[in-house]
Design a protein around this ligand. Sequence first.
Ligand SMILES: C[S@@+](CC[C@H](N)C(=O)[O-])C[C@H]1O[C@@H](n2cnc3c(N)ncnc32)[C@H](O)[C@@H]1O
Length: 541
Amino acid sequence: MSERDGQQHGGQQRGGRPGDRTGGPRAGRPARDRQDGPRRSATGHERNRRAQAERSFSASAPGRRTRRADPARLAAFETLRAVSEEGAYGNLVLPRAIRAHRLDRRDAGFATELAYGALRWQGTWDAVLARCVDRPLADLDGAVLDALRLGVHQLLAMRVPDHAALDQTVGLVRAVIGAGPGGLVNAVLRKVAAKDLQEWLAELTEDVADDAARLGLRHAHPAWEVRALRQALVAHGRDAAELEALLEADNAAPVVNLVALPGVGDLAEALGTGAEPGTLVPGSALSSGGDLHRLASVREGGVRVQDAGSQLVARALLEAGHRPAEGERWLDLCAGPGGKAALLAAVAAGRGAHLTANEVAPHRAELVRQALRPVPAEAWTVRTGDGRTIAETLGGRPVEDAGWDRVLVDAPCTGLGALRRRPESRWRRTPRDLAELGPLQRGLLQAALDVTRPGGTVAYVTCSPHAAETLAVVQDVLAARDDAELVDALAPVRAAALPGALDGDRDPSRPWEGTAGPATVQLWPHVHGTDAMFLALLRKR
Ligand SMILES: C[S@@+](CC[C@H](N)C(=O)[O-])C[C@H]1O[C@@H](n2cnc3c(N)ncnc32)[C@H](O)[C@@H]1O
């Protein structure tokens, strides 16, 4: 398919809110305009005439809509089904579906925008659907509900003409689920199409008194996460007024960052094929998109996909205190799937250090081994086990002899700082996760300090800015022991970043407890263009 059903193609959506793209047909346009008037395109009128003919045909005989499922929409539908039914991760399922349906680059872009967009906006789209369906959404067949979500996303958030969104969604339902629900889907999507996005958002929020709930509907976040992110901004010294910018950044498609493993990989191939040099961290690049496995350097593992914030906090551990000396022992306590471990191990190989990468889940430990494979084998070891039992590996030897000099605790967390990368995760998380993760995060940080040599450094990292899993964890662990102290994280982060990249408004630091003393670092998607990574550095006395 070379044309996307008359969609005025803009590639992957970047804006925070559907329809906000400059010149996009959705923004503020009266609903009736969308059905009327010819759609013009650079390719001429033929498509428009055909579209008009299809529209009148479909309107007069909806039961005779296509029974074929468009492969790009089918790939998106399969992704939503796997996410809803099997608890799968959309960003793992969709690339497989794209390959299985052999989508070309354009259709893959369409499927990606549709699947990820429908997953991100699920809460808001369900609120729209609840007003158009004559029964509770929970009573709908799950497959029909997922198809409706895809239909709503095309109607309200993509530049797909209404007739194509309706025809293709009904066709998908008839082809994949059966003829029965086609009428329901047709009728519901017609009601959805009667208003544009702004009209729907105004209707959904008009009686909502709670500010967080209103923002949640407008920006597709659960209300508790809106509250949590507002608190997190304030806790890390930023202005609560940045909240909407943060929520919008969560809805933008993230730029794909690449890293060349130092001394192992080389960015020349990526840069030669359209990637741009990174602006935050040395040795990084911004991908030009497409299938990265076309690059030999990515296939061989010397160049990896890794958020620039992740690269930065991992490198900052190596900038803390003195320059790493030959023979140092480094530990990554929670290493799976191995992104930061690969970076650390590559540096270790070049500096005569050694990295132990620990991971509790055996299948994730295997991913760590794969990630480390391009790095010389003498520079790393993988241990599969609970990080809280890492002291067992000392075998009774004193920590001064057998402990580690630099330890990374990239703790399991809610991932509230990486919502843009995991489109469905915002709807899966609950406040209970915070309560459950708290003891584990504290236990891992305690265990890390137990096995750190005197004078050594522990980096406590999360991809969440929530104060309960960042500042509170560090505070509690420091309060419980007298052999560790917080040290400044800003200077090491600055040293690890490109010169000037974190100056001025982009300073990510917050003085500890309102003092002029050591700072913790919190990166933000809307400020730094990274995941919201947190870093605290602790020194063992
Ligand atoms: C945030 S991820 C780490 C990401 C990794 N550092 C990277 O850059 O690819 C947290 C990891 O901790 C692991 N984990 C959870 N509980 C653990 C435990 N008790 N001990 C060690 N690892 C644990 C999870 O399986 C997960 O792989």
